[in-house]
Ligand binder design. Structure first.
Ligand SMILES: [Zn+2]
Length: 345
């Protein structure tokens, strides 16, 4: 099969497009014919060998996590899926046997492994995954839409829906609407929860796209002060919940934008990993902080259900042929896009 793989860490020129052996399914695996794969920051960190993702070569590693396609083969022990099923894949493979996996908190599994980092991923024509990582899709959901979902929707669901329990009468702030997590959060907060959504972004064009996704208010952070605008919009109260995947650059703005008892949800730190926390304000204002990293199988089951119901329409910026994975990754590094970048074999 054709695949995009690396044999060393480095710049985009380490990406190789060529032939790799077809995957053979284990007893509980299905082989998925990939129809679309979505890019994530994790793919770039893996290529570079950064953030604890350095590994030994050989063997070569096929990159890519999020994907959707058709089941073309199934191991002998597979009982819930059949050849021909359309599926979306959760790229985080939990061990299935530890105390966390056994108690429904498989998002805490210390032995989980990612497709495209610890095992061959989805920048390929075929990928083998455990059947529990594949969720059936209705005919009404395109493979492109489904592939755009797992890695961006899972942390949003894990933190804001399951744990911090955003409510329809509440107001949520979404940092950086144009990135995958931001666009996912707007859709989930508006179309699934029914909350009031304030989004931040950097240009009038991106502001328009954020409104089209469902944002009630958009703050252009190049022209407007986030804290002040949030106060105006909420009548001085502050927001009930915010979601941040930007990190150091926005932490202080976000912390000040929360009402007393507000929930700060963070699932990324692309602008920097370290920041300052005012402990006095943390306890006196009774702020809650949630860290989220992907989500549980049950989170993914619920996300697949709203996807099949048509409640969310993931934002897709552009689709590239698999052979042009390097161009797609360069576009992601340039950050001049809104929504997800996809690869199609
Ligand atoms: Zn486990």
């Amino acid at each position: 099969m054709k695949a995009v793989y690396i044999e060393a860490h480095g710049d985009v020129d380490v990406l190789q497009y060529g032939d790799r052996p077809d995957p053979t399914p284990g007893p509980n695996d299905v082989v998925v014919q990939v129809r679309a794969s979505a890019l994530n920051r994790l793919d770039i960190f893996t290529r570079q060998g950064q953030r604890g993702l350095a590994r030994e070569f050989p063997p070569p590693l096929i990159l890519g996590g999020d994907t959707a396609g058709e089941v073309v083969a199934a191991g002998a022990g597979v009982t819930t899926l059949s050849v021909g099923d359309r599926v979306v894949v959760n790229p985080r493979v939990a061990c299935g046997v530890c105390q966390w996996c056994g108690s429904g908190r498989d998002d805490l599994c210390p032995r989980s492994r990612f497709l495209g980092t610890a095992r061959d991923g989805s920048y390929a024509e075929l990928v083998a995954v455990p059947e529990v990582n594949a969720y059936r899709l209705d005919e009404s959901v395109s493979f492109a839409s489904a592939a755009a979902v797992p890695t961006t929707y899972l942390p949003v669901w894990n933190m804001a829906v399951r744990r911090a329990a955003l409510q329809p009468w509440e107001t949520a702030l979404v940092f950086s609407a144009s990135a995958g997590v931001g666009a996912a959060a707007i859709q989930v907060f508006k179309n699934v929860v029914g909350a009031t959504v304030i989004a931040t972004t950097s240009t009038p064009e991106k502001a328009e796209l954020a409104r089209n996704l469902g944002a009630d208010h958009v703050i252009n952070y190049n022209d407007e002060d986030i804290t002040q605008r949030v106060r105006e919009i909420t009548g001085g109260a502050g927001v009930d919940l915010l979601i941040d995947h930007v990190g150091a650059d926005v932490w202080a703005h976000g912390f000040r934008a929360l009402r007393p008892g507000g929930r700060y949800c963070i699932c990324g730190a692309t602008s920097g990993l370290r920041t300052e926390l005012h402990l006095g304000l943390l306890f006196s204002r009774q702020i809650e902080i949630y860290g989220g990293y992907m989500g549980s199988r049950e989170d993914m089951r619920q996300i697949a259900a709203v996807l099949n119901r048509g409640s969310v329409q993931p934002a897709i910026h552009q689709t590239y042929p698999l052979a042009q994975a390097a161009a797609a990754q360069q576009a992601m590094e340039a950050t001049n896009f809104f929504g997800k970048l996809l690869l199609q074999p």
